[in-house]
Design a protein around this ligand. Structure first.
Ligand SMILES: Nc1nc2c(c(=O)[nH]1)N[C@H]1C(S)=C(S)[C@@H](COP(=O)(O)O)O[C@H]1N2
Ligand SMILES: [Mo]
Length: 252
């Protein structure tokens, strides 16, 4: 089956099974075609699966909205931050000269990159919106290295299907699938608006994932891990907990 007709077939199948036989049957159909998100268990499972499967089939290559320079927020809103740990403060004391981003897991060439190394990759900028699930948002210009450039340099192995990314803050990590990891707007950001990325906004390094809600844009990123399954590291926000309200796939 060609890519297009397979997509039409699967989309129609999802819609038909959802309509006729309910969400659970659609979820089984999605599973058969590898479209199940890692947080699909539990009572909300079939709904999460439908959202993710439909998004992946229809919008895999779509772009997050980009804004004109005139729409950059005058006062961008930094979410409240817990006090940063000693490891962070030591690095900050040396102007982040020793900051490293490690890349490991299912890659041909694991690496440890300084901020200067990252700046030697192609540079991209985008004016996009950070949207918090709590109802506020702001627009800023984000400048950095497309994540796909760094992944290309390390060589993602064929079995690598997800990227888990960790903050120096041990309580924070997130994961995305390869479609979002390789997406041209997913950016290892080291500058914002007119200068370096401020600590309040995740400096010195933040992974901006503008096609998903704010919580997927992790601040103070120190490690990227390519894996075949994010089991155990789906999200620090524990999307499986009944009262967290956070989905693994938070497309906007
Ligand atoms: N390391 C880390 N990353 C984080 C958070 C955090 O507390 N720690 N908060 C997340 C949430 S819930 C949102 S909405 C955005 C907020 O981004 P902002 O501070 O630039 O507004 O950052 C996300 N990234
Ligand atoms: Mo948020």
């Amino acid at each position: 089956m060609s890519k297009i007709s397979r997509r039409k077939f699967v989309t129609a199948g999802l819609a038909a099974t959802a309509g006729v036989s309910g969400l659970a049957v659609a979820a089984n159909f999605a599973k058969h075609y590898g479209l199940v998100p890692p947080d699909s268990g539990g009572i909300y499972g079939p709904g999460e699966t439908l959202t993710y499967a439909a998004q992946r089939l229809l919008t895999r290559h779509s772009l997050a909205r980009e804004f004109p320079r005139s729409m950059i927020s005058k006062v961008p809103f930094a979410n409240a931050m817990p006090p940063l740990n000693d490891a962070f403060k030591r690095l900050q004391g040396r102007a982040f000269a020793d900051w490293r981003l490690s890349i490991d897991g299912m890659v041909a060439q694991p690496a440890s990159l300084s901020l200067a190394d990252l700046r030697s990759f192609p540079v991209r900028s985008q004016i996009t919106e950070v949207v918090c699930e709590e109802g506020w948002s702001y627009v800023a210009e984000w400048i950095g290295t497309p994540l796909f450039e760094v992944l290309k340099a390390s060589g993602v192995l064929p079995q690598g299907r997800y990227l888990v990314y960790f903050s120096i803050d041990p309580d924070w990590w997130e994961s995305i699938d390869m479609a979002d990891a390789q997406h041209p707007q997913t950016l290892l950001t080291w500058a914002m608006n007119d200068g370096d990325l401020p600590v309040a906004f995740g400096g010195p390094l933040r992974l901006r994932v503008p096609r998903q809600l704010g919580y997927k844009s992790v601040k103070f990123v120190t490690r990227l891990m390519v894996t075949d399954s994010p089991k155990g590291f789906v999200s620090a926000l524990d999307p499986k907990s009944a009262n967290s309200g956070y989905a693994w796939y938070a497309g906007i």
